[in-house]
Design a protein around this ligand. Structure first.
Ligand SMILES: Cc1cc2nc3c(=O)[nH]c(=O)nc-3n(C[C@H](O)[C@H](O)[C@H](O)COP(=O)(O)OP(=O)(O)OC[C@H]3O[C@@H](n4cnc5c(N)ncnc54)[C@H](O)[C@@H]3O)c2cc1C
Length: 267
């Protein structure tokens, strides 16, 4: 039996489906797990969905959970990938349909101690961030953020692809320590928000809060005093590899210890 891992699989039933973007064909899907009273996971983890393709082969794909724990239910946010097997299966699923999955899996979770935090995402990389924010700020009068500041920097091309915008705007309006910063790489003329890639705005935040960086640049990051300053901030990055790498590189150049940079890559 060496090398084989027995995994408990569950059945997820699609309970609702919402089109988030017509242009990119991105869907918000809500599932329930009828055989469980509670599906336990930490915000930010993923499930592995399993299905059989047209050649009878089992296919497995990871999808970040786009919600905080809520009984036996969980949400995902999925983009249709041209020619892709699983994303198309999910996007074409109708409420009531079922799928096998195992999980939760993954270490992309909020690490203790909670610190001031920059959340950086593009595209469906917003999924685990929604889970984090739902966990930290469950409602207007509840708060698990321990007074720490959170910046969510979300990059996408067009305004129509700012997923979950109203939810994040409402949360930011209700919680002064949560800052929501969507940025567009292809904004229309009338767009008054941030422009360009997420990296440049991450840099601005760090410049506005210099106490979080080592005093004498990256080369001095080894000293205890400088490390203490550096470590007052964490970063969580999620999306496609190029974006994740660019942000990790920038943070490292700014003198961050990689222990405080957490990331999830989708490709
Ligand atoms: C930990 C983790 C979490 C993930 N969470 C999400 C999520 O929340 N939402 C989501 O939509 N996806 C997520 N993904 C990506 C997802 O697992 C699939 O890779 C994606 O849905 C494509 O699968 P497919 O079967 O449709 O494409 P495949 O049949 O596997 O591939 C078809 C083609 O698409 C390319 N491709 C593969 N993945 C992507 C991608 N993500 N974007 C663009 N092109 C791609 C492949 O290189 C290939 O050429 C996650 C991946 C990981 C590792």
């Amino acid at each position: 039996m060496r090398g084989t891992v027995e995994r408990k699989t569950y059945t997820a039933r699609l309970s609702s489906k919402l089109l988030l973007s017509e242009r990119v064909q991105c869907y918000h899907l809500e599932f329930e797990v009828p055989e469980l009273e509670t599906f336990s996971f930490d915000a930010g983890q993923f499930v592995s969905m399993v299905a059989v393709d047209s050649r009878g082969k089992h296919q497995t794909r990871a999808y970040s959970i786009a919600s905080a724990p809520k009984g036996n239910r969980f949400d995902i946010c999925v983009n249709r990938v041209e020619g892709g097997f699983f994303s198309n299966l999910l996007c074409d699923l109708e409420p009531g349909a079922t799928l096998e999955f195992h999980g939760p899996h993954g270490l992309f979770v909020l690490r203790p101690p909670l610190l001031d935090t920059v959340l950086i995402a593009t595209g469906t990389g917003i999924a685990p961030m929604r889970g984090f924010v739902q966990h930290l700020f469950p409602s207007a009068d509840q708060d698990r953020s321990e007074g720490r500041r959170f910046w969510l920097i979300y990059g996408t091309r067009y305004e129509s692809e700012i997923y979950y915008r109203r939810y994040f705007e409402k949360t930011a309006a209700e919680h002064p320590n949560f800052h929501y910063l969507p940025t567009l790489s292809r904004p229309h003329e009338g767009w008054e928000g941030l422009r360009g890639y997420v990296q440049s705005h991450v840099k601005e935040i760090l410049q506005q809060h210099p106490v979080m960086l080592p005093e004498h640049g990256p080369e001095s990051a080894g000293s205890v005093a400088d490390c203490q300053k550096t470590h007052q901030l964490r970063a969580y990055i999620c999306g496609l590899n190029d974006m994740v790498s660019a942000n990790r590189e920038q943070l490292k150049e700014l003198g961050w210890d990689r222990k405080y940079i957490h990331f999830e890559r989708y490709d």
